[in-house]
Design a protein around this ligand. Structure first.
Ligand SMILES: Cc1cc2nc3c(=O)[nH]c(=O)nc-3n(C[C@H](O)[C@H](O)[C@H](O)COP(=O)(O)OP(=O)(O)OC[C@H]3O[C@@H](n4cnc5c(N)ncnc54)[C@H](O)[C@@H]3O)c2cc1C
Length: 523
C-alpha cells in the first residue's frame, strides 16, 4: 500500500468517477494525490448499474437531453449547469471510449436504452448492468499510466486546513489511526454521496457525507441538502444489504405487487410502474403503512418476463439475488425504498469552485444545481465526468498563481482502536432517526424532533478518535444540514415531500437553499 506524501500540488479526496476524471486533468500540471478511504473499488461509482446518459445516437439531440434534465429537476435546475452537462457529455464519453471503456454494443454500434423520463434511447451501459464498474476500471487504468498521479487507498481525510483564508491542505488518518497533514495548493472534494445517513440505502459504507461535513466545517456554503432521491426498489432481506434493483427492470416490464399480490401502481399514477421515482417511492411507503404485517415489504414481479433475456440483460442483479436464494426469473423479489442519491452538496460554480479559495468540489458531493430538485436517471455518472474534468482544468490554471505551502509537522497518533460498539450504536440511532423523520415523507413536527435529537447527539460525536467516530461526526452534521434545509423548505418539490405542505410553491421557493453557518437561506 502506498504512503501519501506530506506535500503535493493537488489533493483529490475521492477515487470515484469525479475524482479520477479530475486527477487525469490535473496530472498535466503537477503532482496529484488521490485518496480513497477504502479500496478504489468501494464507491458509488463502482455500484452504478443502469448506465450513463448522453445524446450520442442518431435519433437524439442535446436539446432534448437538456429539456428532459430540466423537466426532471422540477423547476430548480441551474440551466447553465444543465447546458454544460449535455453539451460536454458526448465529448467526455467519446474520450472514455478512447481510454478503453467497453460499452455494450449492438453489432459494431453503441447500444442505447431508455430509462424513465428520458424522451429518447440515450443510456449507454456496460456488461449489462455494471456500467459504473467498467467506467471506473477504465479511468483507473488511465490514471495509472500518468506518473504524476498517486492513488492511496485506505487513507481517510478528516478535515481541511484553512490558512490565510484559503485551503492549504488536509488532515488524514491512516487505517492504523495515525494523523498526518498533507499540504497542497488546491483540494478537490470528490467524496461522493450520503446514503449512509439513512438506515436503508443503496450506497456502500463509504458514503457518509465526509466531503460536505469537512467543507461546512471549513466555512463552505452547502446547498440543496433537502433533495435526496430515494430509490423505490432495493432488495429487502434481513440478511442482505439493500442491493439496488435497477429502474431498468421496470422499464423491461416488471410489476410492483403488495402483500395481497395486487399490482398497485396503476391506482397511483397513469404511468404505473414507470411513474417518476419519488411517486413510486411514496406509493410503496403508503402500501407498507396500510399493510398489517409487522415487517412489511412489497414485491417486484418479473416472473412473466422471458427468463433468458433477464439473465442476459441483468447478469449482476440475477447473480446477486441468487446469492440470497432469490431467483428473479421465478420468485417475487421483496423490496423497499432506500436512500439513493444526493442532489445537494457543497455549492460550486460551473468550474467546481466553492466560496473557499483553493477548495473545489465535483460529483455527488457537489451542488452545481444541475439536477435541480430531482435527478434525471443516469445523469450522475455523466455529471462526475463533465464537472470532474472542468474542476481539474480550473484548478490547473489556478496553480500558477497560488502560493506554495510549507510542509506541516505530523500530529500525534490517535488509535483506531477495536470496533467501538457505542459509536456503532450512535450511528444506528442517527440512521433510524433520519429514516423515520427526515425520509421519504416529512413534516414540520418530525423534522423539528429530528433536529433536536441530532443536536443532542452532537456532543457525543465531538471528539472523534477513530475513523468510524469521524464518520459518526460527519453523519450527525450532514443529517442536521438535511433536516434544517428540509424544515425551511415549506413546500413539496421533486424529491422533497412535506405532508404539511403538499403543494409546490413557486412564489416562495423557486430557489436553491443555501446553508451558511446555522441559517438556511433561499436564493
Ligand atoms: C447502487 C447505485 C446505482 C447507481 N446507478 C447509477 C446509474 O446507473 N447511473 C448514474 O448516472 N448514476 C448511478 N448512481 C449514482 C452514481 O453512481 C454516483 O452519483 C456517482 O458514481 C458518484 O461519483 P463520485 O465520484 O462523486 O463519488 P463516488 O463514486 O461515491 O466516490 C467517492 C470516493 O470518495 C472517497 N471518500 C469519501 N470520503 C472520504 C474521506 N473522508 N477520505 C478519503 N476518501 C473519501 C471514497 O473512498 C470514494 O473513493 C448509482 C448509485 C448507486 C449507489
Amino acid at each position: 500500500m502506498k504512503t501519501p506524501p506530506r506535500e503535493t500540488d493537488f489533493v483529490v479526496i475521492g477515487a470515484g468517477v469525479a475524482g479520477l476524471r479530475a486527477a487525469i486533468e490535473l496530472a498535466a500540471a503537477g503532482r496529484v494525490l488521490v485518496l480513497a478511504k477504502r479500496e478504489v473499488t468501494e464507491s458509488n461509482t463502482q455500484y452504478a448499474q443502469g448506465g450513463i446518459a448522453a445524446a450520442l445516437s442518431d435519433e437524439d439531440e442535446v436539446t432534448l437531453h437538456y429539456q428532459d434534465t430540466l423537466n426532471a429537476g422540477a423547476g430548480l435546475c441551474n440551466p447553465e449547469a444543465a447546458h454544460v452537462l449535455v453539451e460536454e457529455g458526448p465529448e467526455r464519453i467519446e474520450e472514455l471510449i478512447r481510454w478503453g471503456t467497453e460499452f455494450d454494443r449492438s453489432g459494431t454500434k453503441l447500444a442505447f436504452t431508455r430509462e424513465g423520463a428520458h424522451s429518447r434511447d440515450r443510456i449507454l451501459h456496460a456488461h449489462g448492468d455494471s456500467t459504473g464498474r467498467e467506467i471506473l476500471r477504465a479511468l483507473y487504468a488511465k490514471a495509472k499510466t500518468l506518473h504524476h498521479i498517486s492513488v492511496c487507498e485506505f487513507e481517510f481525510s478528516t478535515d481541511l486546513h484553512i490558512e490565510h483564508d484559503r485551503v492549504g491542505g488536509i488532515s488524514l488518518m491512516s487505517d492504523k489511526g495515525v494523523h498526518e497533514h498533507v499540504s497542497a495548493s488546491g483540494v478537490l472534494l470528490a467524496t461522493g454521496g450520503l446514503g449512509q445517513l439513512y438506515r436503508n440505502t443503496t450506497n456502500p459504507n463509504v458514503a457518509t457525507a465526509d466531503g460536505v461535513a469537512m467543507a461546512y466545517r471549513a466555512g463552505a456554503e452547502i446547498s440543496d441538502m433537502e433533495f435526496i432521491q430515494f430509490h423505490p426498489t432495493a432488495l429487502y432481506l434481513r440478511t442482505a444489504p439493500r442491493f439496488l434493483l435497477s429502474e431498468a427492470l421496470r422499464g423491461e416490464g416488471a410489476y410492483l405487487r403488495n402483500l395481497e399480490m395486487v399490482r398497485f401502481m396503476p391506482k397511483y399514477h397513469e404511468l404505473a410502474e414507470l411513474a417518476p421515482r419519488d411517486v413510486v417511492a411514496r406509493a410503496i411507503v403508503h402500501e407498507l403503512e396500510v399493510s398489517r404485517a409487522t415487517d412489511p415489504v412489497v414485491y417486484l414481479d418479473l416472473t412473466h418476463l422471458r427468463a433468458e433475456h433477464l439473465k442476459k440483460r441483468f447478469p449482476r442483479i440475477y447473480s446477486t439475488c441468487m446469492q440470497y436464494n432469490v431467483d428473479i426469473t421465478t420468485d417475487l423479489i421483496p423490496i423497499r425504498p432506500a436512500a439513493h442519491y444526493a442532489m445537494g452538496g457543497v455549492k460550486t460554480d460551473l468550474e467546481g469552485r466553492t466560496n473557499v479559495a483553493g477548495l473545489y468540489a465535483a460529483g455527488e458531493a457537489a451542488a452545481t444545481g444541475v439536477h435541480g430538485a430531482n435527478r434525471l436517471a443516469s445523469n450522475s455518472l455523466l455529471e462526475g465526468l463533465v464537472f470532474g474534468a472542468r474542476a481539474g482544468m480550473h484548478m490547473r490554471s489556478e496553480l500558477k498563481t497560488s502560493p506554495k505551502h510549507k510542509e506541516e509537522k505530523h500530529r500525534p497518533a490517535a488509535s483506531n482502536g477495536p470496533v467501538d460498539t457505542s459509536t456503532e450504536n450512535l450511528i444506528r440511532q442517527m440512521q433510524d432517526l433520519m429514516w423515520n423523520k427526515v425520509g421519504i415523507v416529512r413534516d414540520g413536527s418530525g423534522l423539528r424532533t429530528a433536529i433536536q435529537e441530532l443536536q443532542g447527539f452532537t456532543a457525543k460525536t465531538a471528539y472523534a478518535q477513530s475513523r468510524r467516530a469521524y464518520e459518526a461526526k460527519n453523519i450527525n452534521l450532514a443529517g442536521l444540514l438535511v433536516a434544517r434545509s428540509a424544515l425551511a423548505r415549506e413546500e413539496s418539490r421533486g424529491a422533497h415531500y412535506r405532508l404539511d405542505f403538499p403543494d409546490r410553491n413557486d412564489a416562495r421557493f423557486l430557489k436553491h437553499s443555501v446553508v451558511r453557518g446555522e441559517s438556511v437561506q433561499f436564493e
